[in-house]
Write a protein that binds this ligand. Structure first.
Ligand SMILES: [Zn+2]
Length: 93
């Protein structure tokens, strides 16, 4: 009788995986706030409001009495208004 001792290989215990330090665990969740981009202001073509006559420049629009020089009144069909301060004068016919 032959006794063949079975040398069953014992299942090697799997080595515990080294606990890798979780990266970015401490990083706070980023909250992205969408900012509305401001539209660039329309390029005001101030040069259109002046007319050169010889050497003198004449203003084609009335200046705002409140804001002073450099602030022109927008011309509407029945009124003039200042876009800076809101001053409005009505045209009298
Ligand atoms: Zn004004």
């Amino acid at each position: 009788m032959s006794n063949n001792p079975k040398n069953a290989p014992a299942p090697a215990p799997a080595p515990a995986p080294a606990a890798a330090p979780a990266e970015g665990e401490a990083a706070a969740p980023k909250v992205k706030k969408e900012r509305k981009e401001k539209k660039p202001k329309a390029n005001v073509q101030v040069w259109k409001l002046y007319k050169l006559e010889g050497e003198a420049a004449t203003r084609l629009r009335k200046e705002c009495p409140r804001c002073g020089k450099g602030y022109f009144m927008a011309e509407h069909k029945d009124r003039l208004s200042c876009g800076h301060c809101g001053f409005t004068t009505f045209k009298n016919k």
